[in-house]
Design a binder for this molecule. Structure first.
Ligand SMILES: Cc1cc2nc3c(=O)[nH]c(=O)nc-3n(C[C@H](O)[C@H](O)[C@H](O)COP(=O)(O)O)c2cc1C
Length: 338
């Protein structure tokens, strides 16, 4: 057990009487503070930054381990993430309209299962606010920035394309790639945007000068994934991010009690095997023509190795970072450097 798991994590998990979102907000505030101190950033960088360069969909990554979408939705602590060892950062998901998300509590840790359930519902300050923050940034980030786009709750599904387009227009100068999030389980109807007709319209509107990646759900059938990949290849998507959280509930420990029954998307250990399966399927089905960012249930370096072996060019983590801290990012990047 490292210092993070021994001391830091038990402290963090007690914040807010154990409310996971309060701990998350506290951590983000601390990291936003760190982001304003060149000294603190340099100290972290010396400890955690690892070079393992990769070039994927025409973008240069200092190492292949990224921060998954949802951790820093509004980009409030951007400089901290590369200092903690991440080789790229995906902010968002943002929507064209600012929105509060679902009522709290909406974020639950399931430590016995090394998992998290969330039904945040795209709480975010909106695309314009993110654009203003990125425009005001004093220094370049130093690692590629991905921007995850989603549909505003107030926008009808039929108008989804315009909603994504409004966000994209506000943000396109700032992203090294854009992820279209059509796979969150927490916005009603969103996942239907993964079907052929909707996805074709979305990609035809967005594909242009920046790489556009499609983030997919782990709950699709092979046939639905195959169809989606056809559209991605046909319409010029730059890659696929596999996977988002699952609506499934297998792999949970009974020790997590009632929290296991909370509604929302499940991430972490219960997702490891399925994420690997989807990454392998995408790689096989496309003959490696569509780069894959593998995400889901990376809790140990071996889990990242398994995703790379299955065909992922890059990986991302969220839940693994909650449970293991920046030591995990460094360990994966070190193995990737060998
Ligand atoms: C609290 C929370 C919020 C999330 N928010 C987003 C989001 O806004 N957009 C998105 O594409 N994925 C979001 N995700 C999904 C993660 O990016 C990732 O795909 C998923 O959690 C699986 O990876 P993990 O097992 O490493 O957590 C969120 C996950 C969690 C736990």
């Amino acid at each position: 057990m490292g210092a993070f798991e021994g001391v830091v994590r038990s402290g963090l998990f007690r914040i807010g009487g154990g409310d996971a979102e309060t701990a998350h907000e506290w951590t983000l505030r601390r990291l936003a503070g760190v982001s304003r101190s060149s000294l603190a950033l340099a100290a972290l960088r010396r400890r955690y930054a690892v070079a393992a360069p990769r070039r994927v969909f025409g973008v240069d990554f200092p190492n292949p381990v990224g921060l998954a979408a949802g951790m820093d939705k509004n980009g409030v602590a951007l400089p901290a993430w590369p200092a903690l060892g991440f080789g790229f950062v995906e902010v968002g998901t943002v929507t064209a309209h600012p929105q509060p998300g679902n009522p709290r509590p909406r974020l639950f840790r399931l430590p016995a299962s090394q998992a998290v359930i969330n039904r945040m519902g795209f709480n975010n300050a909106g695309a314009e606010a993110l654009a203003a923050r990125l425009a005001a940034a004093r220094r370049p980030l130093g690692v590629p920035l991905g921007i995850s786009l989603g549909k505003s709750k107030v926008t009808e599904l039929a108008d989804a394309v315009d909603d994504y387009l409004a966000s994209y227009r506000a943000l396109h100068p700032y992203g090294d790639y854009f992820a279209v999030n059509v796979s969150s389980p927490n916005t009603p109807g969103l996942r239907t945007l993964q079907d052929r007709e909707h996805l074709t319209a979305l990609l035809d509107t967005l594909v242009g000068e920046r790489p556009i990646l499609v983030k997919i759900a782990p709950d699709l059938t092979d046939q639905a994934v195959a169809e989606l990949l056809e559209v991605c290849l046909d319409r010029g998507a730059a890659g696929v991010i596999a996977t988002n959280t699952t609506l499934g509930r297998s792999g949970l420990s009974t020790s997590d009690g009632a929290r296991a029954a909370e509604a929302g998307g499940l991430s972490g250990r219960p997702l490891t095997a399925r994420a690997r399966e989807v990454v392998a399927f995408v790689h096989r089905e496309t003959g490696g023509r569509l780069p894959v960012i593998g995400v889901g249930g990376i809790l140990d370096p071996a889990d990242a190795d398994a995703l790379f072996d299955a065909g992922a060019s890059l990986v991302q983590l969220y839940t693994g970072f909650v449970y293991r801290g920046p030591g995990l990012v460094r360990a994966i990047a070190r193995r990737a450097a060998r």
